[in-house]
Structures are given as C-alpha cells and as structure tokens.
Write a protein of this length. Structure first.
Lengths: 170, 472
C-alpha cells in the first residue's frame, strides 16, 4: 500500500526516515517531496548515482566530431578558395569545432537531465499541493502488515495528512 | 565620572536588513502569493504599454516588408559604409545579452547569494536580447529568403557554407548562445512552473502544467536539476566569452583601419558586460516598480549590481584606452584621419557623447547613495547604454567612412526604414519582457526559498547580521 504524510520540519522528516529504515522499509520505497532543494544528506537519504556527466561527455564528443566533419572534411568535398587561405586552416576550424562542441554539450545536458528525471511525465502520480507551500511530503510504499506501526511512527513525529495519497495528474 | 549617555543605549537598534527580516518571517505560501499576485494584475497601464509597443513593432514590420519589397537600396547603405545601423544595433543587442550569463552562471558558481532574486530577469534579458540580435543578419541580408544558403546541406547547386568565414562563425555562435541561454532559463524555471501549476487555474494552469513537465520535487529531481544547472553554468561561460569575441572578429579580421586590432575581442566582451549589466539594472528598477517587488529586489541587490557595473565600467575604460593609445601612437594616415574626425571632425558630437555617457556613470556609481537609489541607478545605467550604443555606432559606421582609398571615402545617413526597424527591435524586446513578466514568475521562488534555508539573522552586539550556513 502507499501512504503519504506531511511534515512542517525537516528535522522531523529526517528522524522519521531513520525510524522507517529501522522498521525494515528500504530507501527505494521512500520518496521525499519538497518545494525547496534541501542539501544532500540533510534528510538521511543515500546519494544518488547520476549518469548525467557521462551523457554530457558523450554529447560533447559527438559535437566535437560533428564540428570536425564540418570544418575539416566538408571543405574538401565542396572546394572553395578564399583569400589565399588553404581550404582548411587551424584557426577557423578551431572556432567551428569549439562552438559545435559547446552546443552539443549544452543540448546533451538538457536532454540528459530530462531523461534522468524521466520527463515529461504528465500522468497521475502521488502528490500533495501543500508541498509548494513549504511542507515536506513523505510517500511510502509499504506492506499492509506494517501500516499501523508506520502510522504510529509518523504521528510520533508530528506528521499530518497521513493516509492514501491523492493521485494527481501532473 | 561622566554619566553614560542613556539616550544612545535606549535607541532601538536599526538594521539595514528590515526587508530581509520581513522576507525571513514570511511563510512559503505567502512568498508564492507575493510573486504570483503581481503576475495576475494587468491594469490599464499595462495594456496601454502593450498596445504602444505592439504598434511600434507593427510599424517596424511594415518597414521591413518595405525593405524586402523595394530592396536594400531603401536603406542608407552605400560604398564604403556597407555596415550601418543594422549591424550597430546587432552588436548592441549581443552585448546586452551578456549580463544574463554573467549574473546567473558566474554568480551561481561562486555561490553569491544576492544573485537569487535577479537571475531569472537576467536570463530572460539574455534570451530576448539574442532574439532581437538574431533578426539583424536576416534584415541585413535584404533578400531574406536566401538565408537557407547558410545552412549546410547537400544540394545539387554544389553550394556549401564557407566555414572559414567569420559571418558563418557568427551565425553558429549566436544560435548556440540562444539555444544555451533559453534552455538555461527554462531548466531553472521548471520547479517554479510546478509551484505556479499548484496555485492557478484556467489557461495558466494548462500552460504551467505543460511547462512543469510533471515536476513533483522529489529529492532525486532536485539533485539532478542542481547537477544540470551546475554543468550549464560552467559550459555557458566559454560560450558567452566566445560569442562577443566572434562578433568582434567580424570586424577585426578585415584590414579596415581601426578594426584590424588584436584587442578587439576582449574590448568587445568587456563592453558587452558593461552595457549588459547596466541594462539589467535599468530593467530591474522598472520591473520592481511596475510589479511591486520591493520586498525581493532590495537596496542591497542594487548596491551589489551597481558595484559590478562600476567595475565593468572601469575595465571598459582601460581596454578603450589600451586600444586608443596604440592607434594614436602608430599615427598611420587613415587612422590619424579617423581619430581627427572623432576628436574634432564631424563625428565629434558622437565621440564626446560616447565618452561622457560612459564615464559620468562610473563617477556617479562610486557613491553608495546612487547605487541604492533606484531612480539614480536607472539614470546612470540608461546613460551607460546611450554611451555604449554610440560607441558601437562609432566603431561600425564611423570607421567605415574612411579607408585606405581616399577617393572611396563617404558618409552615411540613416533612412526612415532603418530607424523604424531599429525601433522595432527595442519595442519588441520591451514587449517580450513585459509579457514575460506577467506570464512567468519574475522572481525565482525556489531559489529565494533555498536562500532562506541558508540564512539566519544573528545578533552581534547591537547589530542584526545575516549569517550564511556552509551548505552546498
């Protein structure tokens, strides 16, 4: 079953997460939703591994190769003599390669973070609008057997709105 | 023993952080409301402004259509002045776009806290200024339908863009900066779109829901967006430096006297930062008044921004002088003639306008009273941009009037078509910004709330001092 609880305080939230761990609820069954980015580790969660830097790196390399193709290969395919310069010169090629590398870096960062967050995702999801008003929401996926114990733990840490979450179309 | 002066001890301690204290005491929902409410208020003045700006834009489009129909001859372009008001204004808008990155990326990396309420305004300014700049190469082409020749795709005419050409670098660099700054603006906007989604209805709800992309604010989402913004902040800095450098190389790689200079790239970049920061300060003063954002855009923000403008202004003077002294000392005939024209010839009014409009604000901004008084800051920063526009006009138009072939000297006078199109982009920028301020939360709400997490007000003796926590 899925439960949601709202908290006023980050300290209560962190403590409740520790106790939920003690009850045997693994980290991947707990989702904390906030309207403000809390510092990593503030709520007692594990640091998440990100593939984003590798996506960005791959994007940058792709951009560099595309820039090389445009600046170094294509002038040989479409030969054009200008100003007594060779068809391919280092300074103009460096400019084009640099710009395409940076363009691909930027675009891959954007697409990479959307991919990592699984966005866009407009379907229904457990949520409470009070989150953007400053509340911290803890959403739990727990076995029904643990329901009473979990509710007691949540209430002991001043949680409110405890119950089944509303599945809202986001 | 003299009696202690009780009057002094009994005076309640005053604090320069009253407004910050007020913000610290507000709940998150009150902050949401304080940002969202001004967006919903579109009074008579707003619609009058939108109508006037729209009419100017419409007139500008008519002038552009006239230019396309009759050809580029309806402008004042001639031989030797083949780059005119269009390119001047193009360089000006690219310059204006530089403050967004300066404020948002550099200050984000340096974890400078006063950036928080002004980043979105700065990023929007960058995006809109680049949109205006991007119009000019199209307008300047005259035959705008030939633009697709710049796009590299195999074709049976065997035509291919010349990647050795600075004009090609220009197009690619500006396109990259426009993409980068728009994505940067949007990425930081997603959490606030979710906040707006949760507090609005009707068409706004539909729009904000789409733009929020399903954001909930899970720890994972925050972590990922923080990482992405960090990467963006690093990646966009070399782009912003390269864009105005490349714009300067449009000029510097020619053999035109006064353009062929190795100092042009840093000189253009610092000029761009000077004019961009000034434009940002001007806009913030106007938006603060128009949207009642006094609680978010406070004297401390204007003070810090004013100091940045001051530093950029002094750096601009240094680079200007470093270029000028070398040219003056070289004493080459055409350069000497151009300097004479500027100092004592028909360009003199523009030269002295440029110098006074750029130097007077530097002197004014030394005083804290000027930096922290919105009206005075507005006057000083508007003056900077008058000076910077004139500077660009002198570089582009002034220099082209003289060259190494004296029989080929000439002068330039703008036509109504050029003036109308330039006015169109100024009105277009203001129109986009005005509409943006009523549709998108102008103050980055989540960044403000994040800032509140870091700060507490601590009493030291008789003072209340904001104290930052060491968190990332």
């Amino acid at each position: 079953m899925t439960l949601i609880a709202l908290f006023h305080e980050s300290t209560d939230t962190a403590e409740v997460i520790d106790e939920l761990h003690n009850l045997g609820i693994p980290d991947n069954k707990i989702v904390v939703i906030t309207g403000v980015p809390y510092p990593e580790g503030a709520l007692g969660r594990h640091r998440e591994w990100l593939t984003l830097p590798y996506i960005v790196l791959a994007g940058a390399v792709a951009g560099l190769l595309f820039g090389l193709f445009l600046a170094v290969v294509t002038p040989h395919l479409y030969h054009l003599d200008v100003g007594g310069h060779p068809p391919v010169g280092f300074p103009p090629a460096a400019v084009i390669i640099f710009i395409f590398t940076m363009m691909a870096t930027i675009v891959s960062t954007f697409l990479g973070v959307l991919w990592e967050m699984n966005f866009p995702r407009f379907g229904p999801a457990p949520y409470n609008k009070l989150v953007t008003d400053g509340y911290l929401a803890v959403i739990l996926d727990i076995p029904t057997l643990l329901e009473d114990k979990v509710k007691q733990t949540l209430e002991a840490h001043h949680a409110h709105h405890i119950g089944e979450p509303e599945w809202m179309a986001l | 023993m003299p009696e202690p002066d009780h009057a002094v001890y009994e005076t309640p301690p005053t604090t320069p952080y009253d407004e910050r204290l007020l913000l610290a005491q507000r709940t998150d929902s009150e902050i949401n409301l304080a940002v969202l409410q001004p967006m919903m208020q579109t009074g008579k003045g707003f619609w009058v402004l939108v109508t006037i700006l729209s009419l100017i834009v419409a007139w500008g489009f008519y002038a552009w259509g006239y230019l396309i129909y009759w050809g580029i001859g309806v402008t004042g372009k001639n031989r030797p002045v083949y780059w005119t008001l269009f390119i001047t204004t193009f360089v000006f808008w690219v310059g204006i776009s530089h403050a967004g990155t300066m404020i948002s990326a550099v200050l984000r990396l340096l974890k400078v806290d006063w950036r928080r309420p002004i980043t979105r305004g700065a990023e929007a300014m960058t995006a809109f200024a680049l949109m205006m700049a991007g119009l000019y190469p199209l307008i300047h082409l005259g035959r705008v339908w030939k633009f697709y020749w710049m796009i590299p795709y195999p074709n049976n005419r065997l035509m291919w863009p010349n990647f050795q050409s600075p004009l090609m670098w220009d197009m690619v660099a500006i396109f990259t900066y426009l993409i980068g700054s728009t994505l940067y603006l949007y990425l930081a906007l997603i959490p606030d779109m979710a906040m707006a989604r949760d507090h609005t209805g009707g068409w706004r709800y539909i729009l904000y829901r789409r733009l929020a992309l399903g954001w909930r604010g899970t720890e994972g989402e925050w972590h990922k967006i923080h990482r992405a913004l960090g990467i963006f902040s690093i990646a966009i800095i070399p782009i912003f430096l390269s864009v105005h450098s490349i714009v300067s190389w449009d000029f510097a790689v020619t053999i035109q006297p006064r353009w062929h200079s190795t100092i042009f790239a840093p000189y253009f970049v610092i000029g761009a930062v000077y004019s961009g920061l000034s434009a940002l300060a001007s806009i913030l003063v106007v938006v603060r008044r128009g949207m009642d954002l006094q609680e978010f855009l406070r004297a401390e923000h204007f003070d810090a921004l004013g100091k940045l403008v001051l530093i950029a202004g002094m750096a601009w003077v240094y680079f200007w002088f470093a270029g000028f002294i070398v040219e003056w000392y070289g004493n080459e005939p055409v350069v000497r003639e151009l300097i004479r024209e500027e100092v004592a010839g028909h360009l003199a009014p523009f030269f002295y306008l440029q110098m006074s409009a750029n130097l007077i604000p530097i002197v004014l901004l030394i005083f804290k009273g000027v930096r922290t008084t919105p009206a005075l800051l507005l006057a000083a920063t508007l003056l900077v941009n008058v000076g910077m526009f004139t500077e660009r006009a002198l570089i582009v138009i002034g220099s082209l009037q003289r060259n190494n072939l004296p029989f080929n000297w000439g002068i330039y006078r703008p036509t109504w078509v050029e003036v109308s199109i330039v006015a169109m982009t100024f009105a277009g920028f203001a129109l986009l910004y005005t509409l943006f301020s009523r549709i998108i939360p102008f103050v980055p709400v989540w960044e403000i709330k994040e800032g509140r997490l870091r700060y507490t007000i601590r009493r030291i003796g008789r003072l209340l001092v904001p104290t930052a926590a060491e968190i990332d």
